[in-house]
Write a protein that binds this ligand. Sequence first.
Ligand SMILES: [Zn+2]
Length: 86
Amino acid sequence: MVGLIGIAIIVLIVIFSIFYGYGLILKQERSQNPYSSKLKCTICGGTFDKEKLVERAIGIEKVYHFCGNCIQNLYEDYLNLKSKQN
Ligand SMILES: [Zn+2]
């Protein structure tokens, strides 16, 4: 009886470790994939997810990416320019 429980516990541990290991592999794949879609902001040089950057093609080959913070700063600079002119 004790032997059976011991075997059952060992089997459970083996199954658990297989699932745990599989989960770790999945996690690694998930963390590696988004890394490739990260891009640098042209202005501040910070690294962001591609979805969080505004993309602008300038000329034929140049593509620039801007983060929300830099766009906000640009907008504020523009407002300051306008208020100086008026
Ligand atoms: Zn930026």
